[in-house]
Write a protein that binds this ligand. Sequence first.
Ligand code: ATP
Length: 333
Amino acid sequence: MSYLQVSNLQVKAKNSDNIIIKDIDLSMNKGEILAILGASGSGKTTLLKSLSGLLARSKGNILLDGKEVIDPTKKLVAGNSDIALVHQDYALFPNSNIIENLKYPLRRTSKEYQEYRIKELLALCGLEDKKDKLPYQLSGGEKQRVAIACALANEPSLLLFDEPFSNLDPLLKHDFLNAFKEIFSKTNTTVIFVTHHVDEAMILADKIAMIREGEILQVGRPKELYDYPKHSYTAQFFGYTNILSAKESSLINKDGGYYAVRAEEIEYSPIQKEGFEETKLIRTDYLGLYSIHHLLKADIKLSVIDLKNEIEMKQEKIYVRIPEQNLKEVSID
Ligand SMILES: Nc1ncnc2c1ncn2[C@@H]1O[C@H](COP(=O)(O)OP(=O)(O)OP(=O)(O)O)[C@@H](O)[C@H]1O
């Protein structure tokens, strides 16, 4: 049996019949990291709050380590002591130093245990030399580590994060993501975080759940979602991707259906070659590392990534070919 089992979860907006989360099923093993990936307004925060037991659900069950996460309408105090939810703004006490911030979640334990556990948490999160500082004296990444240390203090069964990296400097983010991963692998903590950044989900997560309009479109390992997207939305969320109809495009030789092909997986040539078809170059976006050529083939738009920046922007025609193995069949609804 899975460590976290979510079945048929439905959440409605407060005082309305508007369904925000639509019949979601999810399962996780202990120690796994799951990213809930989706655009703004797709329902990520609502799903996270519902999983934490802070938001009422209109249908469904959440089982954590075999025990039901009780709906807040069925108990006096909302929430669950086995589940820690870390907010975007870190929620630290601004006038207390790091040690005092760490003492707060441990306030119901003995002085000796507090001392022992705080030492352990400071070492785990690489904060030993910051322990006497106030939150405003720390960088965004350091504050985030203090928030993680506070959340880990009581060894929660499940740790939930809402957009944990949104306040971090993009240049430092990748180092931080790896530090984050190391902390959770050492503690074997089960983690769910929500994000709209594909790179965060790809680097950190064991599994990604792609959410759109309150529905999970696909759950799988990062490479699985990238290589085998089931839906055109998932394919396009992971990068420049063309969605082509077999009926409408002469570039694919299939009887019917819709196919995703990544912009970097289309073969191109500035000169005519056997098996290549002529397209009209509409526009080129130069992005330094690569260029994206926007093409037209009989009224059908096509994007091609040119990794070597080798095609002249003023050229009028580009010849393309789509290798059959690069086509992924997708649904489009
Ligand atoms: N209390 C509410 N009443 C009505 N609609 C709500 C309520 N809370 C959220 N919604 C709607 O539900 C949808 C999902 O909201 P949610 O905040 O979960 O999305 P999100 O994916 O976390 O977005 P973001 O990335 O912008 O934070 C949105 O369309 C939002 O407007």
